[in-house]
Design a protein around this ligand. Sequence first.
Ligand code: G3P
Ligand code: MG
Length: 251
Amino acid sequence: MSQLQLRSPWPYPAVVAHRGGGAMAPENTLAGFRAGIAHGYRAAECDVKLSADNVCFLLHDDAVDRTSNGQGLAAELSMASLAQLDGGAWKGAAFAGEALPTFANVAAYCQAQGMLLNVEIKPCPGREEETGRLVAQEAARLWAGAAVPPLLSSFSAEALRAAQHAEPALPRAWLVEEVPANWQAMLQEMDCIALHCDHSTLTREQATAIKAAGYQLLCYTVNELARAREIMGWGVDSVCTDRLDLLPAVR
Ligand code: G3P
Ligand code: MG
């Protein structure tokens, strides 16, 4: 059996909540996921990287400064140190005390709520291979036996290849800011099921070609209803949004 046949599909709901709960709550926190559930979402995206002691946890930036009350590079902080930080107060007093969650925290919450997860592997610079490998192994462990596995994506081809090597059965998507000329060869080489692309650079012709080749297509970060409708008319399967109020209209 080929690797293509071994790898799982992913359902690609029409709308995916960006960084947990979009703009409704501090990004990449459980408060965000709670907001997504409250707004009727059944899928979310989040960013996962490694602490200094190789615990998978949620954070977008290389440093903790913007989205917590701490300072410094994630790659230099242990999970015990990261767990002391407030990841919510920067977004408003109502979110004070919100933790930077571990990947395991979020996996448990999503599975309890029936929420699908797109795990963006977001390596700290220089940690691409180990982040792809360890996030994929943790995802396979945390979702063992689940009906729908998590979807792994990354801008880093090195991280995605490491994930492919470690856990070939988990579905993968390649993230790009612009669709490159060699998109199809890259998707084939990394045995991806999808391309995830910045909506502002995507053309109708590219969307048509990607869909005709049999791939799923997700666009980020779509925060206007008219644009969501336009690109879905081109065949885009899912939009990743900060605007959780887009959901009912897109549906
Ligand atoms: O996965 C889609 C989107 O999250 C990629 O951009 O910078 O928000 O992680 P960013
Ligand atoms: Mg992301």
